[in-house]
Design a protein around this ligand. Structure first.
Ligand code: PLP
Length: 452
């Protein structure tokens, strides 16, 4: 019967658990690492192996895997008010406190915050808000979003539609008619021979303007961009890029959505990627490090002008037509408040600064490996660009799966990381020590040597 068949299948294939962004065939073949415990920058698997998690889980565990202050904030809140919502004129203290903290630290022109559960949902909400504002301004046709190839913005329908990594758009392969893509920015890969970063930045900004003009500025609502393209392999904006982008966007009345889901809260050695690179976003989305990864929570910061329009619109129908049962969950807000307090401490920031200097020293040293074409970083977000030929910058053939081999070797050598076809990515917890960085880069060099 069906139940017996299902049980046989589950016995054959392990748990009836569908993993995410994961090779399902590899799981069927038994290649599953089950993590059972975390401590500082380390996680431990069911066999007792210890790994440095050089990706902070999924770029979120900025404070490591068992920070007692965060655990305590969650426990206290769970014992007081484990759930409430923000619907129908109800509010709760943890959400109000966190909103005050975020407004105080955010760029001056972003004074209002809407909470959601994930980075994807916060980007969805930001896009819906920009469209709602344009409808309210009598411009309903101004709804298109421009995004960049290789960018990652999420796995919900709308956020996936602006994600520029085709293999991450499962089920929605045909690109949405409301979205235009322009090339990603990477001077190492796309700069012409002898082209300065500034000249390359001007070319990229011109590509953005051409994309707006191609469909008509009256149809374009927003440009969505990560300050540094994180999962694409730490693609840094060329010098002056966002200043030129800003001019283009103002010229055509297009809003900027800064996706700071990875970049914010210290990762780039500044409170936000926008502060570091001089962006002036109309909306900014935050998630992962907001709770140190301990609870799903995300935020959309917005300007007074946008908030005023939402207020006007809600007056027309009696409510703002957007809400999530768990958006701004009290336990998430409580742990986020505790995390923000830690990120703001002077000695935390000083330690982070020193850690980044050490990280950069190691990155510079590993650049001499024969298959490392370039190392890049912004703060503690980094990547190694893997090439077959350093001089010509020729890539390995996709069939060789070189970065996958490096990733596997690294895990055998005690370090968990993620990779793209061209890069090995690094996003370690902000609390990683000098000694742990030494171990991480030792394992990285050994793994590169094994594969090269
Ligand atoms: N935006 C960026 C830049 C991300 O890297 C991610 C996740 O990796 C997301 C959005 C989506 O966040 P979530 O997985 O919490 O939905």
């Amino acid at each position: 019967n069906r139940k017996a068949r299902r049980m046989t299948a589950s016995a054959r294939h392990g748990l009836d658990l569908v993993h995410q962004f994961s090779d399902l065939q590899a799981h069927r073949n038994g290649e599953t690492t089950t993590i059972v415990r975390g401590e500082g920058v380390h996680v431990f698997d069911a066999e007792g192996n210890r790994y440095i998690d050089a990706m902070s889980g999924s770029s979120c565990a900025s404070l490591g895997f068992r920070d007692e202050r965060l655990v305590q904030a969650m426990t206290e809140q769970a014992g007081k008010l484990p759930y409430y919502h923000l619907f129908a004129q109800k509010s709760h203290e943890p959400a109000e406190r966190l909103a005050r903290q975020l407004s105080a630290m955010a760029p001056e022109h972003l004074n209002h915050v809407l909470f959601a559960n994930s980075g994807s949902e916060s980007n969805d909400a930001a896009i819906r808000i920009v469209r709602a504002v344009n409808i309210s301004r009598g411009k309903p046709e101004k709804r298109r979003v421009i995004a960049r190839h290789a960018g990652y913005h999420g796995s919900t329908t709308l956020s996936a539609s602006v994600t520029g990594q085709a293999h991450m758009r499962f089920g929605s392969d045909s690109v949405s008619p409301d979205v235009s893509f322009i090339p990603e920015v990477c001077h190492y890969r796309h700069g012409h021979d002898g082209e300065s970063e500034e000249a390359y930045a001007a070319r990229c900004a011109a590509e953005l303007e051409a994309a707006i003009l191609a469909v008509g500025p009256d149809t374009v609502a927003a440009f969505i961009a990560e300050p540094v393209m994180a999962s694409a392999g730490c693609l840094l904006p060329p010098k002056g890029y966002f200043q030129l982008v800003d001019e283009v966007l103002r010229r055509h009345d297009v809003a900027l959505i800064a996706d700071e889901v990875v970049c914010a809260l210290g990762r780039l050695d500044s409170p936000f990627g926008s502060t570091r690179y001089g962006l002036r976003p109309d909306l900014m989305t935050l998630a992962k490090p907001l709770t140190g990864g301990y609870f799903p929570l995300s935020a959309v910061l917005m300007t007074d002008e946008i908030y005023d329009t939402l207020t006007l619109e809600s007056a027309k129908s009696g409510l703002l037509g957007h809400g999530l049962t768990y958006g701004g969950h009290p336990i998430g807000c409580a742990v986020a408040s505790a995390a923000l307090e830690i990120y703001a401490q002077a000695d935390f920031r000083a330690n982070l600064h020193a850690t980044i200097a050490t990280f950069e020293r190691h990155l510079a040293a590993i650049a001499d490996c024969p298959i490392v074409g370039e190392t890049r970083n912004a703060g503690l977000l980094g990547a190694l660009e893997i090439v077959a030929d350093k001089t010509t910058r020729r890539r390995f053939d996709a069939m060789e799966n070189v970065t996958l081999k490096i990733g596997r070797a690294l895990q055998k050598n005690g370090v968990i990381t993620r990779w793209t076809r061209e890069t090995v990515n690094l996003c370690p917890p902000l609390v990683i020590s000098e000694d742990e960085l030494e171990v991480l880069f030792g394992a990285l060099r050994a793994s590169l040597d094994q594969v090269a």
